[in-house]
Design a protein around this ligand. Structure first.
Ligand code: GTP
Ligand code: MG
Length: 232
């Protein structure tokens, strides 16, 4: 089965308009336009990443980025998050209040590729970094590791440019392996409701630590072979 960037489905009675949130977003011109804008912002970020990867592969015969996944947040998740913040469902509230409507997940080969990609993106003068969460230096209690950035990028439309927020998650293949499987396990059932959930959480954490150890070892091997990716 293909591993996707999945979100929770919606319950029939959750959306107040008696229709699906997807249908509401599709039928409303304003919301459809907004979702189009987020998709465009994602394309801008993807292109920047692909350019960096292409340049790197010509220079160093190696790809620091092994894959890129993107997603626009599902209408129901947008609806739920606004509700959580006590905000009404309006395009302005989405633009101002949410920072993860557009998501880009970058899977890198080595740990230092993550920091290189993040720095090269942050240095581009049309990108503003609004927030960084380094869950590699400080992993979550459950073992989750990734480098998260919220950036703002201008997208040029017929009526001028609009700064759009994009959440970028950068992680190694190993971190992605753990996060994808952990998500799948959590997606099926609330782990807290399962008998022996402490044992399960403990085992998941153990896997995360083992994987992280392997990531570090691979990074060391790369350094032993030589600084073949020094961008100077
Ligand atoms: P959200 O409300 O979930 O967006 O949290 P947040 O705004 O505090 O952002 P954070 O940077 O902590 O996490 C954002 C995203 O990172 C999530 O939507 C997931 O895609 C991913 N993520 C964070 N924690 C975990 C985790 O424990 N496991 C997995 N598999 N993914 C995670
Ligand atoms: Mg989120």
């Amino acid at each position: 089965m293909e591993l996707k960037w999945e979100e929770r489905e919606w319950d029939e009675d959750e959306f107040p308009r008696g229709a699906s949130p997807e249908k509401f977003f599709r039928d409303s011109k304003e919301f459809a336009n907004l979702m189009m804008m987020y998709k465009c912002a994602i394309r801008e970020v993807r292109t920047k990443l692909e350019v960096l990867d292409d340049e790197f592969s010509v220079r160093y015969k190696r790809n620091p980025i092994s894959s890129i996944q993107t997603r626009v947040k599902k209408p129901i998740s947008i609806f739920r998050k606004l509700k959580k913040y006590d905000l009404e469902l309006t395009p302005e509230n989405i633009l101002k209040g949410l920072h993860d409507v557009a998501g880009v997940r970058v899977v890198c080969a080595f740990i230092d590729d993550i920091y290189m990609v993040a720095a090269l993106l942050a240095n581009q003068d049309d990108i503003t970094v609004l927030q960084v969460k380094d869950y590699i230096k400080e992993p979550k209690a459950n073992g989750y590791r990734s480098y998260h950035m919220i950036v703002e990028i201008p997208v040029f439309f017929s009526r001028g440019k609009t700064p759009m927020k994009v959440e970028i998650q950068i992680r190694t293949i190993a971190m992605d392996f753990w996060a994808s499987l952990e998500h799948q396990l959590r997606y099926k059932k609330d782990i807290e409701d399962v008998e022996g959930h402490e044992e399960i959480s403990g085992r998941l954490l153990e896997c995360a630590d083992t994987i992280s150890d392997t990531d570090r070892k691979m990074q060391e091997i790369k350094q032993m072979i030589g600084e073949f990716n020094d961008l100077s």
